[in-house]
Each structure stands twice: as structure tokens, then as C-alpha cells.
Design a binder for this molecule. Structure first.
Ligand code: MF3
Ligand code: CO
Length: 255
């Protein structure tokens, strides 16, 4: 069921989104060569604790996962697309890191992700990241009342395909509110003019993820969570939580 949010509810989601943005900024600031992913997880946890927000990911247990999610953030390095578990791995020069973060306030969630390179960047990685950011912006611009879900999906995929990037199948955005994952799904590929009509009060997490090698398929690591590219090439992921309002799209996950 698709739940539309009131202005009051959107205001609380905006607060949750602000904490998510702050946590992402703090993690990015802390992410240097030699820093472990577990240390970055602790940074995000501290920002949420200070803000009185609850981590959305920690303990989250969808039915396809073998164990509940053990982190506050997802930290996906290089060929990891999403859902990288923050463990002992220490960042190396040139790593492409995607950080995904969710937090709730009074039970209302925000969800966002950024990708960036640690240390000296391969220009091809920067181009890949720029593409997921452009796709996210294009998806947001398409999230207008009266438009269709397919308009968002098509806008996202078009940017990735134009550069020959892979668009990871079966992974995309989602409705968000009282639950982190709600209806409707937001596919990262689709046809303009098709699908659900977008209405004011609908809140969506848009999350393009592209792969450098052009592969659309993926495999789960042994831990059941981490999603890797099958060709070993690097992936980038960008995400915002966006409210559709009469006045157009409003990004909730900004500082
Ligand atoms: N933004 C990611 C998603 O919507 C967050 C995953 S959280 C996890 O899939 F808890 F499932 F890891
Ligand atoms: Co999400």
C-alpha cells in the first residue's frame, strides 16, 4: 500500500533526513587512507546518538537476508555496489567508497547515500560517480505531481546507459516513511509515462547505482549482504529521500 504523508509528517522526515546528511558528511570527513570501515560506522552512530536519532539499518532483517544487518552504515568499496558491511577493512589510496545511511526520528525514516574516492582518484571513477549524481538529480527533477514512476526510472537509466555503464538489475529505490522500505518500488530503469502516478505526499528514496564495466548483474558475497559486480569493475551509488509536493520535489536528506 502506498502511504501519502501529511505536511507535519514530512517535517519530521526532514529532521531525520538532516541527521542522515550530517552523518554522511561526518563519515566522508573521517574517511582517509588507513581508516577502517568499522571506525566510519562508529562515526555515523555517534552523530545519530547526539541527534537523538535511531539507526535504521542496524538489526534490519529482510526475509532474503541470512542475518540481521549488523551495521549503522553500509560501506561498499570498489566492486561492492551496495550493502557492504563495515568491518576491519582499512581504506587504501584510490578506493571508491559508497556510504549509505538511514536514521529515524519518532519512527520516521530518512535514507541517503554518497560515493567518493579516498586519496588519489582514477578519473574514470570520478566520471562514474558524477554519472550517479547526475542520474539522481534527473530522477529528482522527474519526481513531480502528475508524472509517472516510469519517468523517474527512465531518467535515471538514460544517464547511466549514455555512458555505457551497467545499471544493477533488481536494485533500486523505494517508498519510505514509517518503514525504511515501503511501497512503491522505484526501479532504476523503466519507460516514460508508465507506472504509478506520482502524487503530493508520496516520499521516495531514489538510488541510482551504476557499474563501470557495463554489467547489469551482480552476486551476493558469502555474508549474504554485500552485492558485488560480477565483472569485478567498480560501482557507484547515490541516494536521496525525496518528497513529492504540490510545488515539486523536495529533497529531505540535506544538511
Ligand atoms: N539504501 C539501502 C536500500 O534501500 C539501504 C539498505 S539498508 C540495509 O537498500 F539495512 F538493508 F542494509
Ligand atoms: Co534506500
Amino acid at each position: 500500500m502506498v502511504e501519502l504523508k501529511t505536511a507535519t509528517e514530512l517535517a519530521v522526515m526532514r529532521e531525520a533526513g538532516r541527521v542522515v546528511a550530517q552523518a554522511l558528511a561526518a563519515v566522508r570527513e573521517a574517511a582517509g587512507i588507513g581508516v577502517s570501515l568499522a571506525e566510519l560506522d562508529a562515526v555515523a552512530a555517534q552523530v545519530m546518538a547526539d541527534a537523538g536519532a535511531k539507526p535504521s539499518f542496524l538489526g534490519y532483517h529482510p526475509d532474503w537476508a541470512p542475518v540481521p544487518y549488523p551495521g549503522v552504515i553500509c560501506a561498499s568499496v570498489n566492486d561492492a555496489v551496495v550493502h557492504g558491511i563495515p568491518g576491519r577493512y582499512r581504506l587504501r589510496d584510490g578506493d571508491l567508497l559508497s556510504i549509505d545511511c538511514g536514521a529515524s526520528i519518532d519512527g520516521w525514516h530518512g535514507d541517503a547515500a554518497v560515493s567518493f574516492v579516498v586519496g588519489a582518484a582514477d578519473p574514470a571513477d570520478l566520471a562514474l560517480i558524477a554519472a550517479t549524481e547526475q542520474a539522481l538529480a534527473a530522477g529528482i527533477a522527474a519526481a513531480r505531481p502528475g508524472a509517472k514512476m516510469g519517468d523517474i526510472s527512465a531518467a535515471i537509466a538514460a544517464i547511466g546507459r549514455a555512458s555505457g555503464y551497467g545499471v544493477t538489475e533488481d536494485h533500486g529505490g523505494h517508498g519510505i516513511g514509517r518503514a525504511m522500505h515501503e511501497d512503491p518500488p522505484v526501479p532504476n530503469d523503466g519507460r516514460p509515462g508508465r507506472g504509478l502516478r506520482l502524487r503530493p505526499g508520496l516520499v521516495l528514496a531514489l538510488e541510482p547505482m551504476f557499474t563501470r564495466g557495463g554489467c547489469d548483474d551482480y552476486r551476493h558475497a558469502d555474508d549474504g549482504w554485500i552485492v558485488h559486480t560480477t565483472d569485478g569493475t567498480r560501482a557507484s551509488h547515490s541516494e536521496h529521500t525525496v518528497a513529492i509536493t504540490e510545488a515539486g520535489p523536495v529533497v529531505l536528506t540535506l544538511p
